[in-house]
Write a protein that binds this ligand. Structure first.
Ligand code: HEM
Length: 413
């Protein structure tokens, strides 16, 4: 396990102190606001790659912003996601998602490999293909009842992925709104006070325990039943890991998809590209990739710490130092993408890092792609004249959260 390196806490290394004095990077997350990346921030960092940031906790991290650095940090085995050792650098001062030792995102191999294997089978591209008709039906159900005007998040972008993941797990779609509030508090960094975030975590865990109790009493053939069997019959999962996996799948299974869909529809509407998709829904898959590149639901991957000295393309990271891999900046790297700040739904490459890379590469990437493709195709086909019901500037955006995106998306059709 990594040892905390003096330079992370002590600020003795050249660069850390300089960054703080510049006072240029306010705090992480950097660009919640209107959901835009601050271009001057990214440009400056590209000029001085591996600049430092002060996290809300007061700890410091290197910021990796170039595509090659970000890809390497995420893929390298020389970085750990286990930040529970004493004195580990952390994002939030009090409590955040890194504080759950058994959660899949916080595990390193070999534990990570064992836990991931138990669920990976349900999310393969082949199995996700079989889900497509059901995803289409869920979209149809929700859009058939779309009011005019409507909040597209309440009516569609939130319930769609939520219903899909609940059905895959085999849990009832009751309590969706309560789950939404807990989940939103849980993924926030500063939007909710500590007591609310801790209470939300407890409620998410209790919800998962209740679902597990019910399925043990009346087993079925969903993913949750498979996980329960792995726990009860094969002992391949501890009870805590089972609970963590259950609520993590529901949280991860909807938060990012909801954010990507609502950011995506917003972007398509304000750029006029929505009408292009309505004219030719065959362009939707490419548009989804461009939304993920240009308007991803989160600005950075989770914090990593080097367990040994690592040489990244842009410089050295010493053992014990933390790195924040800013995937959203990497997705705008001019060395990788032509005219990176232009939202171009005909862009030929899908090689963005919105789903991460390496061992923690998004488990649900195929599912999310299918959901976004089907959701957008259904939307533009049914409502070709969809428009914002309010001026774009009056839309409110999530702040102080790991997730970026509007809080409401009032539309008319
Ligand atoms: C647009 C939608 C989505 C985006 C952009 C997204 C993005 C990501 C990213 C960037 C990571 C890796 C984070 C890191 O390495 O620090 C991740 C991990 C993960 N995602 Fe997604 N995600 C999306 C949807 C989903 C869905 C629908 C599921 C459903 C199950 C899901 C489940 C997970 C899980 C379980 C992990 C942890 C994987 C591991 O640690 O091995 N995600 N996601």
């Amino acid at each position: 396990m990594a040892k905390r390196h003096e330079s992370v806490t002590g600020g003795r290394r050249d660069g850390w102190g300089e960054m703080v004095l510049m006072g240029s990077v306010e705090r992480y997350p950097f660009w919640a606001g209107a959901g835009e990346i601050a271009p001057e921030f990214v440009r400056r960092l590209r000029a001085a790659p591996l600049d430092a940031v002060e996290l809300p906790s007061g700890d410091r991290a290197w910021l990796a912003v170039r595509y090659d650095d970000v890809a390497e940090v995420l893929a390298s085995r020389a970085f750990t996601r286990n930040l529970t050792y004493p004195g580990a650098p952390r994002v939030a001062a009090d409590f955040d998602v890194s504080d759950l030792p058994g959660a899949i995102l916080n595990l390193d191999p070999p534990e990570h490999t064992r836990v991931r294997r138990l669920v990976a089978g349900a999310f393969t591209p082949r199995l996700v293909e079989r889900q497509r008709p059901r995803i289409r039906a869920v979209c149809g159900e929700l859009l058939d009842g779309l009011a005019n005007p409507a909040d597209l998040i309440d009516a569609f972008a939130f319930p769609m992925p939520m219903v899909v993941i609940c059905e895959m797990l085999g849990v009832p779609r009751t309590d969706l709104d309560r789950f939404r509030d807990w989940s939103s508090a849980y993924v926030s960094l500063s939007a909710h006070p500590l007591e609310e975030r801790v209470a939300a975590l407890e409620q998410l865990q209790e919800y998962a325990r209740e679902m597990i109790r019910r399925r043990r009493a009346a087993p079925g053939d969903g993913l949750l039943d498979a996980l329960i069997r792995a726990r009860d019959e094969e002992d391949r999962l501890s009870e805590d890991e089972l609970v963590l996996m259950t609520f993590s799948l529901i949280v991860a299974g909807h938060e990012a998809t909801t954010a990507a869909l609502s950011r995506g529809v917003f972007r398509l509407l304000v750029t006029g590209r929505y009408a292009d998709l309505a004219d030719d829904p065959g362009r939707v898959p490419a548009a989804v990739e461009e939304i993920l590149r240009h308007d991803p639901p989160a600005d950075a991957a989770f914090l990593r710490v080097a367990t040994e000295d690592v040489r990244l393309p842009s410089g050295r990271v010493r053992a014990g130092e933390a790195v924040l891999a800013v995937t959203s900046a990497a997705n705008r790297d001019p060395a990788k993408f032509d005219r990176p700040d232009v939202f171009d739904i005909a862009r030929p490459t899908a090689d963005h890092l919105a789903f991460g890379r390496g061992p923690h590469y998004c488990l649900g990437a195929s599912l999310a792609r299918a959901e976004l493709q089907i959701a957008l195709a259904e939307l533009v086909t049914r409502f070709p004249r969809l428009r914002l019901a309010v001026p774009p500037g009056s839309i409110e955006w999530r702040t102080g959260s790991l997730m970026l995106g509007p809080t409401t998306l009032p539309v008319e059709h």
